[in-house]
Write a protein that binds this ligand. Structure first.
Ligand code: TXA
Ligand code: MG
Length: 317
């Protein structure tokens, strides 16, 4: 593994791209201070240029070299880093426009995965990394899923095993009032407990309508399997769609006829559900069913981020 790390750092130094494991999902990493390298990330993903990237740092000190912290940002960094929280803050001039899509803010996060941290340290520069999927597709939570989607477009994928959190980081704009731009691996409840003040969640349709000003990555079609996906609420009967691919929250009251069934967490554990979410969706997508029916999970804690991904997979704003 150190040999791989050495090679990865050399690729980054030469302006290339590396598949990087993080605790949330795999990222496609490039030197965040090299505009040409960053443009290669957009090309490899087929990602529109108006959708800014998250800058990954080894620690808070490096974060404040690219972003200007506020009192809230410092407190949140102390509490949640390393971990699945991205903070949107005013940027320093060293951050290329290519990273922020021209916005005056930059999203920064210190990932918890040991390989990600080792890579950032070895490179000595912050790494810009979106999720390592083709634009609009499911985020990869294994090295194999990165290779499947990006293939030759990425020189090296560091294999850090399956991602533990399983959904992307929470994107939070801390000031002037804390606002969650994308629900994710740190729950709103945890943020409120730390800040001791209200934390709002930006309404997804409002965010979509205000593109690209608030958070451009929140297009409705994000995180989509190729198979059409429909949602059902907990307690609602399964729709009569024959050989559907079924994503069930706890495996209760399953339909009798199904092409394939995936259960997120028999014990009703939202963290376990998040860990397996994208892999389950990938398997359902590949099973040949005409439609995926996905059951929503309880709308609290990590469930807010899971339901957000399901709603977007269903193409709902
Ligand atoms: O967990 C994660 O966040 C993963 C791993 C690889 O760290 N990364 C990830 O990146 O999900 P990406 O590019 O798929 O999503 C980044 C999100 C997008 O919704 C983007 O619009 C938002 O962060 N974002 C980035 N910079 C922003 C900014 N300056 N202002 C508002 N939103 C921003
Ligand atoms: Mg993404």
């Amino acid at each position: 593994m150190p040999a791989d790390l050495e090679r990865a750092a050399a690729i980054i130094a030469a302006g290339g791209l590396v598949g990087m494991p993080t605790e949330t999902v795999y990222g496609l990493a490039a030197n965040a201070l090299d505009a040409q390298a960053v443009l290669r990330v957009f090309l490899a993903k087929g990602r529109p240029r108006f959708d800014p990237l998250i800058v990954h740092v080894a620690d808070a000190e490096q974060a404040w070299s690219v972003a200007v912290p506020s009192a809230r940002a410092r407190a949140l960094g102390r509490r949640f880093w390393p971990g699945p929280l991205s903070l949107v803050l005013p940027r320093h001039a060293c951050v290329p426009d290519a990273v922020t899509s021209g916005l005056e803010t930059v999203a920064v996060r210190c990932p918890a995965h040991p390989l990600a941290r080792a890579l950032i340290q070895r490179c000595g520069v912050p790494l810009a990394a979106p999720s390592a999927n083709l634009f609009g597709r499911l985020s990869p939570t294994t090295a194999a899923a990165v290779r499947e989607q990006l293939g030759e477009r990425v020189e090296l994928v560091l294999d850090g095993g399956p991602c533990q959190v399983g959904i992307e980081s929470t994107v939070l704009r801390p000031d002037p009032q804390p606002l969650i731009l994308r629900p994710g691996g740190v729950s709103r409840e945890e943020l409120i407990a730390e800040l001791d003040e209200p934390v709002l969640i930006a309404d997804r349709s409002a965010r979509a309508a205000s593109l690209p000003l608030i958070s451009p990555g929140l297009l409705a079609s994000h995180y989509a399997p190729r198979t059409p996906l429909m949602l059902k609420a907990i307690g609602e009967p399964w729709p009569e769609v024959g050989q559907a691919a079924i994503l069930s929250w706890r495996g209760e009251d399953l339909p009798t006829a199904a092409r394939r069934i995936e259960v997120l967490s028999p014990e009703g554990d939202l963290a376990q559900a998040a860990t397996g979410l994208f892999a389950a969706l990938r398997r359902l997508d590949a099973c040949g069913a005409a439609v995926i029916v996905a059951e929503c999970v309880p709308e609290h804690g990590l469930g807010v981020g899971i339901n957000d991904r399901l709603q977007r997979a269903a193409g709902l704003g």
